[in-house]
Design a protein around this ligand. Structure first.
Ligand code: CU
Length: 653
């Protein structure tokens, strides 16, 4: 076994060398198509719209970026897990709570897997979910506003990588622990890993009308590393699948020690069966602590709810809920084809790829055809579940998506390519190089029941010489291929924000009709809204001063304020009175240890400021809004602490 591993390492080193060599000399070859042919296919004329929205995770930027396909044009960066000074997200009082956790304020995360909500196994354009890896969380983005509407923390987790893979009707999002940890957490020696460390697989319920998330239950699992997940569809609807590596349960030098066994597992979870056990009262309540942050669109404020318990199921007490499918060589991705029958295991250290059949899995379970049982979880016989093997398709298979025409497309990290193969006979039919080291790939709808098999995007880890150099760090790279013909053809390279870890895409026609243009001022129930200029005012209570301010092209009301003192706690509650599309106003004040506010039409946002110096300080609109934008400004006078200045505010006299 160990020798196999060493051979593999040699193979990997050779492949890396090959990539390094080709990256110097041959990188400008872009595949079969001529430049003008490719340009024509991605050209979206000025004023025209793209066919698809693509939502790309920002990886370590913690955000989501929105691109058009096929043009590769960037439309928006949606702030999710990280503070964003451009939009004031996580700086304004209304959005700070979105980044609160049981650990306190955590203004960053590592966002990996966007997932669009689904109805009948097809994307419906309502919400986008994405996981935070580092401090386990899942966010929901409202696709009418393209704003983060909710973030829920995942309790009893040590890293949230296999997440938030959505089920066919968005019944659940799943979340698995990448790193097993003591559950509940305790002070134990790391050498007690095998005895004390556990994993959890969490099922998060999504309320069907408003999308509100809640932790439904957790499965307490052996202390493996849970890596990726996917939901069943069609005939396999009701099941979710997770990969796990480190079945060895190594706790040091995992690079070697977690690669000893020939096979790890795909974990198959029958969540409908789990629901039956819960209805029978089988779950046990465990005390824990996590936060659930929800943006209230009427109050225009994020409210943090503290939660203190979670329902735990153990596989031993709930037979029929969890099974293991042995999968060669540290599986990474697990993907289910549009029919719901084929389950593709991507063993990242494996030369071949194992494809399983859901029908065979069900027969194997029925026949109790088990290899063994681990902690009450039956290990199904590999040969009985196996549908077939894709023989030596490439090096380092990671992820597979589907075109809906009977073909699968798998990324190979080490040999840096996408390989197209036939689901029924497992034959390889085409391959194209990726520049360089591709991780996930994405076909619009390629993980749903109805793929739009027109394009595939490679989400590459390394850029090397693809763009003009920008110092030591280069923008990561996405590459768009045409897959409408027999041969895949490279069309376009485009840079991404952060790491384009994974992406999802949807026809624009499913988003555009519901896209909000502004917030109705009469529906704004913010606690500190100012609905007309006549209501603008400044209110002092002790050392707290609240400034109720309005903006409309091209002035603030009030624009001059006196009576503030050093050490005051000042809240600028700024309401944008505009009722028209694309007219945000910004607000910033000199010396504030804060970002700007960016206020959408009809919205109220609050900037907190503690003045530290005596003087008269300007504030101004930061978002170019009109011909007289430069005139959109005002002053705030700061008097000494302990003085007794008269509170005055005015506009125009
Ligand atoms: Cu303005």
């Amino acid at each position: 076994m160990y020798r196999n591993y060493i051979n593999l390492i040699a193979l990997i080193s050779f492949a890396m060398l090959t990539i390094a060599l080709t990256s110097c000399g041959e990188s400008k070859q872009s595949g079969a198509m001529t430049a003008s042919g490719a340009a024509e296919k991605v050209y979206v004329a000025p004023g025209e719209y793209d066919e698809f929205y693509a939502f790309m995770s920002g990886g370590f930027s913690g955000q989501v970026s929105v691109y058009g396909l096929p043009s590769g044009r960037l439309f928006r960066v949606i702030p999710v897990f990280s503070q964003d000074a451009e939009k004031g997200y996580g700086y304004a009082e209304e959005t700070k709570n979105m980044l609160m956790t049981s650990w306190g304020f955590v203004p960053w995360d590592d966002a990996h897997h966007p997932q669009l909500s689904r109805t009948n196994g097809v994307t419906d354009g309502r919400w986008l979910f994405i996981n935070g890896n580092n401090t386990p969380r899942i966010a929901r983005i409202d696709l009418t506003t393209f704003e983060t509407a909710e973030i829920i923390e995942i309790p009893n987790s040590g890293g949230n990588h296999p997440s938030p893979y959505v089920t066919e009707n968005t019944e659940y999002l799943v979340a698995g622990t990448r790193f097993s940890v003591p559950i509940p957490q305790e002070d134990v020696s790391i050498n007690e890993y095998k005895e004390k460390f556990k994993g959890t697989l969490t099922f998060i319920k999504v309320e069907p009308t408003h999308g509100t998330m809640s932790v439904a239950f957790q499965l307490l699992m052996p202390g493996f590393d849970y890596d990726l997940a996917t939901a069943g569809k069609g005939k396999s609807h009701g099941w979710s699948f997770f990969t796990s590596y480190n079945v060895e349960q190594a706790n040091t030098l995992k690079e070697v020690n977690a690669s000893q066994l020939d096979k790890d597992f795909i974990t198959a979870v029958n969540w409908k069966k789990a629901e039956e056990y819960i209805a029978q009262g089988k779950g046990k309540v465990m005390k824990t602590s996590y936060l659930h942050n929800v943006y209230d669109e009427s109050k225009q404020t994020t409210i943090s709810y503290k939660k203190d318990e979670v329902l735990i199921l153990t596989p031993e007490e709930c037979p029929g809920v969890v099974y293991y499918i042995p999968t060669p060589k540290s599986p990474h991705g697990v993907d289910v084809d549009p029919t719901g029958n084929y389950i593709v295991g991507n063993g990242k250290l494996s030369a071949d790829m194992s494809v399983y059949s859901f029908d065979k899995m069900m027969t194997t379970i029925e026949n109790q055809d088990y290899e063994t049982t681990i902690d009450g979880i039956p290990v199904l016989k590999y040969e009985s579940v196996l549908d077939g093997i894709v023989l030596q398709p490439g090096l380092g298979p990671l992820h597979t998506e589907f075109d809906g025409n009977g073909f699968a497309y798998t990324t190979f990290f080490i040999s840096s390519e996408i390989v197209k193969w036939k689901l029924d006979d497992k034959s390889v039919v085409d391959r194209v190089p990726c520049y360089y080291s591709v991780g996930h790939l994405m076909i619009p709808g390629g993980d749903t029941r109805e793929p739009y098999g027109k394009y595939v995007i490679a989400l590459n880890k390394i850029t090397k010489d693809r763009y003009l150099p920008t110092g030591p760090e280069l923008a990561h790279s996405a590459q768009l291929y045409d897959i409408s013909g027999n041969k895949m053809e490279l069309l376009l390279d485009f840079p991404t924000i952060g790491e384009p870890h994974y992406a999802q895409a949807i026809p624009a026609s499913k988003i555009v009709p519901n896209s909000k243009q502004y917030f109705k001022i009469e529906e704004n129930n913010h606690e500190h809204v100012t609905k007309k200029e006549a209501d603008a005012k400044v209110v002092r209570k002790g050392d707290t001063v609240r400034i109720y301010m309005t903006t409309i092209r091209s002035h603030f009301v009030p624009d001059n304020i006196e009576g503030i003192k050093v050490g005051d706690k000042v809240f600028f509650h700024v309401t944008n009175l505009e009722q028209d599309w694309d007219v945000p106003h910004g607000f910033s004040v000199m010396g504030a240890r804060n970002a700007e506010l960016l206020i959408m039409p009809g919205q109220t946002r609050t900037l907190y400021w503690e003045p530290t110096r005596v003087g008269v300080y300007p504030f101004y609109c930061t978002d170019f809004c009109s011909a007289l934008h430069q005139e959109m400004q005002g002053y705030v006078r700061v008097s000494p602490a302990g003085s007794n200045p008269e509170m005055k505010w005015w506009t125009g006299d």
